[in-house]
Ligand binder design. Structure first.
Ligand SMILES: Nc1ncnc2c1ncn2[C@@H]1O[C@H](COP(=O)(O)OP(=O)(O)O)[C@@H](O)[C@H]1O
Ligand SMILES: [Mg+2]
Length: 241
């Protein structure tokens, strides 16, 4: 479970988030939408413990992540997988080495176990057989899949996706969206998808939240958002034109 209680955050005297309250039960998938620069990625960084709120509390697995010890914060972070827009693969390493990196670096997994886990994660994202490929030789969608396999390497209970489909063509987007849903169902992970892509909003989320002028609006449903007579409806319909 993830909980934000009355969270406010400013940068350089400019308030980005004002008294944000949000509870995400275990296993739920939510989308966060809103104009560029409204604070969506900031919310993810607050949940990762990379930013400290000016006021309010961020609870992950019931613990206030800004009050726990550094060691505990690291343990909690290991249970959070994150996929950035760029996928952020290391081009000097092949696919298997990329997926193995957190296992060795963060989890200190013995070498004989690493190969098994890497194979499992590649299977999960349907990239079996690509172990020896260089990331540079992969398509955008394939790079995303490998980024996802790497994010999943430590069996996270929470997955954060920051613009996972931005810049992908519709077929690859659909692929990634299906994968997000399948992983959450298969592995029961709690997921937050930050996106402004309509297909991703509609296809991955149980609930959609919008950040608007620093506040988090009450959620909208993917079933009704397209016709909603609200700022949600305006946002998604505007996005289509
Ligand atoms: N570390 C930082 N220092 C100063 N300003 C920041 C920092 N991180 C984000 N901001 C500002 O906060 C606002 C929200 O950023 P962000 O959360 O990245 O927006 P988005 O909704 O597009 O993901 C932006 O105006 C951005 O410039
Ligand atoms: Mg962002």
């Amino acid at each position: 479970m993830i909980e934000l209680r009355n969270v406010s955050k400013s940068f350089d005297g400019r308030q980005i988030l004002k008294n944000v309250n949000l509870t995400i039960p275990t296993g739920e998938r939510i989308a966060i939408i809103g104009a560029s620069g409204c604070g969506k990625s900031t919310m993810l960084r607050l949940i990762m413990g990379l930013h400290k709120p000016d006021s309010g509390e961020v609870l992950v697995f019931g613990e206030n992540i800004h009050q726990v010890s550094k060691a505990r914060l690291l343990e909690i972070r290991l249970k959070i997988g994150i996929l950035f827009q760029s996928a952020a693969l290391f081009d000097s390493m092949n696919v298997a080495e990329n997926v193995a990196f957190p296992l060795i670096e963060n989890f200190h997994m013995p070498a004989h176990k690493v190969a098994t886990v890497v194979a499992k994660k590649l299977e999960l994202v349907e990239m079996t057989g690509f172990d020896k490929n260089d990331p540079a030789d992969l398509s955008g969608g394939q790079r995303k899949r490998i980024g996802l396999a790497r994010a999943l390497s430590g069996d996270p209970e929470i997955m954060l996706y920051d613009e996972p489909t931005t810049g992908l063509d519709p077929i690859l987007s659909t692929n990634i969206e299906d994968l997000i849903v399948r992983l959450s169902r298969q592995l029961k992970v709690t997921s937050i998808v930050v996106t402004h892509q309509i297909s991703t909003i509609l296809r991955t989320a149980d609930k959609i939240y919008m950040v608007n002028q620093g506040t988090l609006l009450p959620p909208e449903s993917p079933d009704t958002i397209m016709t909603a007579d609200s700022i949600y409806g305006e946002f998604v319909r505007g996005g289509l034109s």
